[in-house]
Write a protein that binds this ligand. Structure first.
Ligand SMILES: Nc1ncnc2c1ncn2[C@@H]1O[C@H](COP(=O)(O)OP(=O)(O)OP(=O)(O)O)[C@@H](O)[C@H]1O
Length: 256
């Protein structure tokens, strides 16, 4: 396998009762790419995402991250393997500060873990200070450093999305997986999100995202896979996808 490849997934099938939600779906994402997953409502994007990130058990499929097989059997296994995700509906600790939310993400990668931090053993304290500093750096990186001590639920919608991304980045993922990050954003917030994703890519990260805003996707992604009825309809450069007749008929031609 090429050392350019970060994520290689093949042959994913997933059935919900009588519904075949995914049929033989696979993707290959190279290191440093922003990779997009698009398709009509109900096409299977979220299901595929949930399979990749360990939330749903696939009926079949092979999974490799950075040249090593990984088991998508549970979200914490996937996080340990190096994939961090955000959710369609924001899932922050609303009563905690922005900084604390990011610190929680960071604990995935630390020796002491959450319990060390809670019981504040001596050894944990030095680590805690480092975690705090890194969390602040991440908040600065996503552009909300000045809100570090604000309770998460009082941040604006766009800033909560940024905070989710900072928390995901705190796990030092090889792959950052974003589920509809622009959902519910206004035009200004979308522009800012776009700038942030470009910055994350420039920082050497690899990103997988599902998004309904086709214009945003076409201008941002290096490659795109289109799903329809749980199958791969097309895969290629944004310019190729935009010209693809089957994609235009199934998805782009409509009101999307
Ligand atoms: N937990 C579940 N149980 C049963 N059926 C499900 C479940 N999750 C998804 N489905 C079905 O699988 C199909 C694919 O849904 P999925 O949410 O993956 O599509 P999607 O492309 O993400 O759609 P959207 O763009 O609307 O979010 C749909 O028919 C959906 O109803």
């Amino acid at each position: 396998m090429s050392d350019q490849i970060l994520l290689n997934i093949a042959g994913v099938n997933k059935r919900f009762g009588g519904l075949q939600a995914l049929t033989d779906v696979g993707i290959t994402i190279n290191k440093g790419q922003i990779y997009g997953l698009i398709g009509p409502n109900g096409a299977g994007k979220t299901t595929f995402f949930n399979v990749i990130t360990g939330l749903y058990q696939p009926d079949s499929g092979t999974f490799e991250l950075d040249g090593k097989p990984y088991s998508p059997s549970a979200p914490h296994e996937v996080a340990k393997a190096g994939i961090a995700r955000t959710f369609q509906n924001i899932r922050l600790f609303g009563e905690m500060t922005a900084l604390e939310n990011v610190m929680v993400g960071r604990h995935v990668r630390t020796r002491q873990g959450v319990f060390g931090a809670i019981f504040r053993h001596k050894a944990a304290r030095a680590e805690e200070a480092a975690i705090r500093q890194r969390a602040q750096e991440l908040l600065d990186f996503v552009g909300i450093g000045r809100f570090a001590n604000r309770t998460a639920k009082f941040l604006s919608y766009g800033d909560q999305r940024r905070l989710e991304i900072a928390r995901a980045l705190a796990t030092e993922p090889k792959l950052l997986a974003l589920d509809e990050p622009a959902a519910g954003m206004n035009a200004t917030e979308k522009l800012a999100l776009r700038e942030l994703l470009v910055k994350i890519k420039a920082d050497g990260k690899t990103v997988l995202l599902i998004e309904h805003d086709v214009k945003l996707m076409m201008g941002l992604c290096d490659r795109i896979t289109v799903l329809e009825y749980g199958k791969k309809l097309a895969e290629g450069l944004p310019a190729e996808i935009q010209k693809n007749q089957a994609v235009i008929e199934a998805y782009l031609g409509g009101s999307h």
